[in-house]
Each structure stands twice: as C-alpha cells, then as structure tokens.
Design a protein around this ligand. Structure first.
Ligand SMILES: Nc1nc2c(ncn2[C@@H]2O[C@H](COP(=O)(O)OP(=O)(O)OP(=O)(O)O)[C@@H](O)[C@H]2O)c(=O)[nH]1
Ligand SMILES: [Mg+2]
Length: 270
C-alpha cells in the first residue's frame, strides 16, 4: 500500500505510529519526505509493504524540477501499490489538490481509502463523521461510498479502523461477480432505465461479463458501442456499485460491439 497526499498531511507520522518507532523523518515543514521509501509492517499478524511518499503540492515554478521528480516517484508508488491511502489534514480537507490526487489514484485503478488526519485538532466532533461522508460523496461522485476514516497519526487514534478499511477495500478491489448474477442485475438495470434511442433506433445492450478484477472490470456487448452515452455508463456503474456492494473501488465498464456473423454475407458474389 502507498500513502499519498499533500505535504504536511501527516503521512510519515502515521507510518511511524504503525511501526512503533520514529523511523521516518517528520517535521512541521512541508516537503520533508523527498523520495518514496518502502517499509515492512507486521500488523496483527499480517504483512504489509508500505510506501511513504513525498507530499504532492501544486507545482510552483522554482521547485518545478524537484517537484516533477517527486511526483513521478509518488506516481510509481501508486502504480506499484494495491491499496492507496489518500491522506488529508482535518484543518483543510477536500481542497483542489486533494481531489486531483484522488482522481489520479482512481484513474490508476487502485483500491482507495481516504484518511482525514489530525483528528485530535477537531474540537467539535458531534456529527463530524457524517459530514465527512457527505463531503466525500459530494466531491468524489465517481467513487461513491469510498471509505473515509478519521485518524490521528500522532496520537494513534483511529488506526485500527484505518487498517480495517484498507483490508476491506482490498477485498472489494479483488471481487469477482458470477456471470449469472451479473446479468440478472444487468437486465433489471436496463429495464428500469433503458438506453436512449439513437437516430430512431433503440440501442441494444446484449449482456455483460467480468473480464478481470483489481479493479473490477467488465465488458458490455452491444449493437453500437460508439452511440452509448457516458452518462448511461455512469448510470450502470453506480447501479452496479449499489447492487453488488462495491463502494469506493474503481469500476471499469467498456463496450464492445457484437460481431454480426451475417454482416459480410450480403457482399459475397454469387
Ligand atoms: N496534531 C497533529 N499533528 C500531526 C498529526 N500527524 C502529523 N502531525 C504533524 O504534522 C506535521 C507534518 O507531519 P509529517 O508526518 O512530516 O507530514 P508528511 O505528510 O509526511 O509531510 P511531507 O513529507 O512533507 O509530505 C508534523 O509537525 C507532525 O507532527 C496528527 O495526527 N495530529
Ligand atoms: Mg513525510
């Protein structure tokens, strides 16, 4: 797994807590970690390889070159990881850069967990967890229901919940859905909200099959792949997410045209 986020979010501090020792350099200054570093972690009898990464800030001109190196390095850690923890600071969460990093992780197809760190600095906690949930779904509709955990890497608060969310998220990322169950849902979803008609002809979506996991990926066979709008794919993705309880994991649905075995016959000479 990799921990990513903006500088100063508390990534290294949290890893030190998990390790039970001050192995990684931490400081109130932004940009303490320069290169990704991997550590082995034994947590309750399970083994993890954990990547600490350099905080990703918006590129400023002076630091551009160094920043490019750190970004490339963090990106490598994300690609190598199976689960990515996107860490935010409770004092300034869901900022543009946080959303950009989260989007990057989603595009790379990793299992994702959001951590809101420095929870010890939050004074009025009543209703705050519910508010985090609402904020996450508002800002990140493409990964609705993504696990979000409030923690304090400094005090060790919420760490058990974080590790639980990571393992759960990993399971979902690996999920395989039986074709029969998948197509029962598919027919139902299409029945409830049929695909639009294009130039007077209704699009025909034939069936769906899962091609791989990590992240869950599917192919829908249909009559005109280019004519299915992205909004309809989004509808299918959200519906599937709910039906099969796949919160927060990236879901890939691609379209493929069914080859018409009679299409070429018309042209054949006698
Ligand atoms: N109050 C509080 N402070 C924290 C917590 N976690 C980290 N900090 C402080 O925040 C500052 C930054 O922590 P780091 O762990 O160095 O942050 P980082 O995300 O690794 O930062 P970069 O390496 O620069 O990307 C330090 O002064 C930490 O002591 C926390 O849970 N609560
Ligand atoms: Mg650090």
């Amino acid at each position: 797994m990799a921990i990513v986020g903006r500088p100063n979010a508390g990534k290294s501090t949290t890893i030190n807590y998990l390790l039970g020792e001050e192995r990684l350099l931490t400081s109130p200054e932004a940009g303490t970690t320069r290169d990704s570093i991997s550590v082995e972690l034994d947590y309750k009898g399970r083994n993890f390889r954990l990547f600490d990464t350099a905080g990703l800030r918006r590129r400023s001109r002076i630091e551009e070159k160094l920043e490019k190196l750190s970004v490339a390095d963090a990106l490598r850690a994300i690609r190598f990881a199976e689960v990515v923890v996107m860490m935010m600071d409770s004092q300034n969460k869901f900022e543009e850069q946080d959303l950009r990093i989260t989007d990057l992780v989603e595009r790379e197809g990793r299992a994702l967990v959001l951590a809101v760190n420095k929870w010890d600095l939050v004074e009025k906690r009543g209703g705050m967890i519910g508010q985090l949930r609402t904020e996450a779904d508002h800002w990140l509709p493409q990964i609705k229901g993504v696990p979000i955990v409030a923690i304090s890497g400094l005090m060790g608060e919420g760490i058990d919940r974080l590790m639980g969310a990571i393992q759960e998220s990993y399971k979902i990322w690996n999920r395989r859905i039986a074709t029969a169950a998948l197509n029962r849902w598919f027919e139902d979803a299409i029945g409830k909200n049929p695909p639009p008609a294009v130039s007077g002809r209704r699009l025909k979506l034939n069936y769906i099959t899962q091609t791989k996991a990590r992240p869950p990926s599917f192919v829908v066979f249909c009559s005109r792949a280019d004519a299915v709008p992205t909004s309809y794919l989004r509808y299918l993705t959200n519906s599937m997410r709910e039906a099969f309880e796949l919160p927060g994991t990236p879901i890939r649905i691609t379209l493929r045209e069914k080859v018409n075995p009679f299409a070429h016959k018309r042209k054949r000479p006698n």
